[in-house]
Ligand binder design. Structure first.
Ligand code: SF4
Length: 518
């Protein structure tokens, strides 16, 4: 009898460790031999801890399981798929999962994350085997053909980045994974690292073969201890079984990989600040050029990609670029693991091909707000994304459609707010966040964000406090304009997006009449 209880940190936060221990103890007491596997999370967080039992028909789920449910589950013979109030039927057939197109997340929640044998049994390392059988140029071509674009937010074509590094002449090249997932409401990188770390390791190894790099680093934010532990465990196994290190799979190729822990700075998610931090310096943004692809880590040609970009590579190599580009629309090809968070009834991970609408995600998957009140605003793409009103919910999620309405897909994080939200406070928070997290290199971001907080306070205080509201609104728009055009990186030039979208779409929250944007 095989029982699965997730080891993902969301499940752990909801009591999965205690539930796992209690199931083992109860089985022992009843003299029932069981095998307990700590799998990853399926990404349906409202059901965690989600306990699954392997049966001849497939895996039957029960959730959310609490400690006091366990005796009753045994009484109901759940180990053989027996009926119970928490029974969910076959997990694969839960509509939330069934409606998804899981490519990058194909194994997540199914396998034991740190079992290489489980990984191999589920198409693991098929991409690497393919990569080892073709030339580096052919690997790059496959990634180019797939249409994969950077999933960290910038959406730059991954294959072009790789080609630049491959063509650079240098004695040493690096592969760096940006795992500093700091955007509010995002957790897809974390889930990959905790729940299927081998897929990231495989993707980085393929990148190394493609460009001729022999050393890689995964830069993980310090707030992800479970991800760091899972990665280190998987890297040790991959080294021991010769999927990493010298002479990978007896090919004569070499790739060493290490995990590095960040120190809590949001701006270290910006690739050049990340490289500075990795070099042991303060995480300050570098001016570009030179591009990291030519002068990156320690001045050497460096591929720096986000976790999801790299984790999407194994399936592209295993099944071909043409297979991957069959998903998606226009120039947004493949799938995007989207993350539903904030005030949402069914929060979790939804991997879909580009082209799904925001409304489908919010209602067909998310089920509306957790509070039951109407959705008033949605922030897509992290704390630097604009607040979108209901009138934009039919926008397709793809880079071009979002850009056309002034939005940003970013890293696929979707944070939901109901009608009780105060959008002036959200705008103030955006400026405050920038003031706290600014690396301090350029004036519009460092000083402008602090002035921005003050100006928003004056608009809200209004004439009752002696402020000329229209004048303050003009000042805020001017300030945003300066930040957009005068800042060195996205932190400064995107912070105005949430601020201006709140002001333009929800002027009543600032105590002002609707004013046409200039
Ligand atoms: Fe640093 Fe802000 Fe300038 Fe970016 S915009 S370089 S975070 S000061």
């Amino acid at each position: 009898i095989t029982i699965y209880v997730p080891r993902d940190s969301t499940a752990i936060a909801l009591g999965a460790n205690e539930v796992a221990s209690a199931i083992v103890a109860e089985a022992e007491e009843r003299g029932i031999p069981i095998k307990l596997i700590r799998n990853g999370s399926r990404g349906m967080f409202w059901l965690e801890p989600l306990v699954e039992v392997a049966t001849a028909a497939g895996r039957i789920g029960y959730g959310p399981v609490e400690l006091e449910d366990i005796a009753g589950l045994f009484e109901a013979n759940f180990i053989n798929g027996g009926d119970h109030a928490l029974a969910l039927g076959l997990v694969d057939q839960i509509p939330y999962l069934q409606k998804q197109e899981r490519l990058t997340f194909a194994r997540v929640g199914i396998t034991d994350p740190v079992s290489l044998d489980d990984y191999l049994a589920h198409e693991g390392y098929a991409g690497l085997q393919k990569a080892l059988s073709i030339t580096p140029e052919a690997i790059v071509q496959e990634v180019l053909d797939s249409g994969l674009r950077g999933r960290g937010g910038a959406a730059f074509p991954t294959g072009i980045k790789w080609k630049t590094v491959a063509n650079a002449q240098a004695g040493q090249k690096y592969i760096v994974c940006n795992a500093d997932e700091g955007d509010s409401g995002t957790f897809s990188d974390r889930m990959v690292m905790e729940d299927d770390p081998f897929v990231l390791i495989e993707g980085m190894t393929i990148a190394a073969l493609a460009v001729g790099a022999t050393q890689g680093y995964i830069y993980v934010r310090s707030e992800y201890p479970h991800a760091i532990a899972a990665l280190n465990e998987a890297i040790a196994v991959a080294n021991a079984r010769h999927y990493l290190g010298a002479n990978i799979c007896a090919s004569g190729k070499t790739f060493f990989l290490e995990v590095r822990k960040g120190a809590g700075s949001y701006v270290c998610g910006e690739e050049t600040a990340l490289l500075e931090s990795l070099e042991g310096k303060r995480g300050m943004v570098r001016a570009k050029p030179p591009l990291p692809a030519l002068e990156g880590l320690f001045g050497k040609p460096t591929v720096i990609n986000n976790v999801i970009s790299l984790a999407s590579v194994p399936i592209i190599l295993a099944r071909g670029g043409a297979f991957y580009k069959n998903y998606g629309i226009g120039r947004s090809l493949g799938t995007l693991p989207m993350q539903l968070a904030g005030n949402i009834k069914f929060g979790g991970l939804v991997e879909k091909a580009f082209g799904v609408t925001l409304r489908e995600l919010l209602f067909d998957f998310g089920g509306g707000t957790a509070s039951g009140r109407p959705i008033r605003a949605v922030q897509v793409g992290g704390p630097l994304g604009p607040y979108l009103p209901e009138s934009l919910f039919d926008t397709k999620i793809d880079y071009e459609s979002f850009s056309a309405v002034g939005g940003t897909v970013g890293h696929g994080g979707i944070v939901v707010f109901d009608e009780t939200v105060d959008m002036a406070k959200q705008a103030r928070y955006a400026m405050e966040f920038c003031a706290v997290e600014s690396c301090g290199k350029c004036t519009p971001c460092r000083i402008g964000s602090t002035r921005g907080v003050e100006v928003i306070d004056k608009i809200v205080a209004g004439s009752a406090a002696g402020y000329d509201q229209p004048k303050q609104v003009d000042l805020l728009r001017d300030l945003c304009d300066t930040m957009i055009n005068g800042s060195l990186c996205a932190m400064g030039n995107m912070t105005p997006l949430p601020v201006l979208s709140a002001l333009n779409n929800f002027p009543e929250d600032f105590g002002i009449e609707a004013v046409p944007a200039v």
